[in-house]
Write a protein that binds this ligand. Structure first.
Ligand code: F6P
Length: 323
């Protein structure tokens, strides 16, 4: 391997820039050339590619978003699109890729790597924390802190007006942001797709909230067709319990922005550096994970196919502390 290409794909996540910086610097440190590929897999089809020197990644560790831009590329899902991508890689002399993204990004990487026997290492970059084989993903901690700040503010007004708030957070099909967000903000409950909650169970939890603080209650709801989302849940609860003054806040894309936390910067730096170590060790088709503070190489099909389990201990903690 002489030249390594880097791209970010799918939903952006705070810490992606720190990861781009780490991959670039670790690659150059080890004598590789580096090329930055713009707009995810799309850049491999349009040929938007630039050589990266150490200066290209100066002053970016603190920035949210991704300097390489990102996209969800439909063409790369077709064999014809992947053929164009492969030809671009050959033309550009890029002989290994580091891709940073979530489930969709790693799925694309797995298919391409197998089809063309091409070395790819993945970094888990998503606020959802839904990749198996790593304790946390790049961006998750920052999103969690953004949720915490927002919910703390909503609590002020919820208390003043004696209201019940349903706050919807992201996570796609996973409840990590909702569950840990609820623990961090002292919310009464988290409604997550992994665990079913009936409206009457919810009533119990809400009553607890009102009894405890006398005047307000906060429930975090994970976006998902399974939970139905905050709006749907609020309507059901309001209909059955008209005594509550119910409001809904959907936090939305605010959760994807902002300067990465120290945790995400360090995680991205360690993982970025480990991606180059993996290539030096002839590893391919693996995602870099960190479990129990140890770097691990997780085969793509394990990282994306396995449902990452919700920690029961966290659920019990929330339940105990919201009485
Ligand atoms: O995967 C990250 C994520 O923010 C999910 O939590 C959310 O469901 C999705 O992306 C939103 O995607 P988009 O920004 O394309 O609307």
């Amino acid at each position: 391997i002489k030249c390594v290409g880097i791209l970010t794909s799918g939903g952006d996540a705070p810490g992606m820039n720190a990861a781009i910086r780490a991959v670039t610097r670790a690659a150059i440190y080890n004598g590789f050339e580096v090329k930055g590929i713009y707009r995810g897999y799309k850049g491999l089809i349009t040929g938007e590619i630039t050589p990266f020197k150490t200066q290209n990644v100066s002053n970016i560790i603190q920035l949210g978003g991704t300097i390489l831009k990102t996209a969800r590329c439909q063409e790369f899902k077709t064999p014809e699109g992947r053929k164009v991508a492969y030809d671009t890689l050959v033309k550009e002399g890029i002989d290994a890729l580091v891709v940073i993204g979530g489930d969709g990004t790693l799925t694309g990487a797995r298919i391409f790597a197998t089809e063309y026997n091409y070395p790819i290492v993945g970094l888990p970059g998503t606020i959802d924390n839904d990749l198996y084989g790593t304790d946390t993903t790049i961006g998750y901690d920052t999103a969690l802190n953004t949720i915490m700040d927002a919910v703390d503010k909503i609590r002020d007004t919820a208390t003043s007006h004696e209201r019940l708030f349903f706050i919807e957070v992201m996570g796609r099909d996973a409840g990590f942001l909702a569950l840990n967000g609820a623990i961090a903000t002292g919310a009464e409950a988290a409604i997550i797709p992994e665990i079913s909650t009936e409206v009457d169970q919810l009533e119990e939890l809400i009553k607890n909230g009102f009894r405890k603080s006398k005047n307000s209650s906060i429930v975090l709801v994970a976006e998902s067709p399974i939970t139905g989302g905050a709006m749907h849940l609020a309507e059901r609860v309001q209909k059955e319990y008209p005594q509550y003054d119910v409001r809904v806040t959907i936090l939305g894309h605010i959760q994807r922005g902002g300067s990465p936390t120290a945790h995400d910067r360090i995680l991205a730096s360690r993982m970025g550096s480990a991606a180059i170590d993996a290539l030096l060790e002839d590893q391919r088709n693996v995602m870099i994970g960190i479990r129990n503070n140890e770097i691990e190489y997780i085969p793509f099909n394990k990282a994306i196919k396995n449902d990452k389990p919700i920690d029961r201990e966290l659920l019990n903690t929330l339940r105990k502390l919201s009485i």
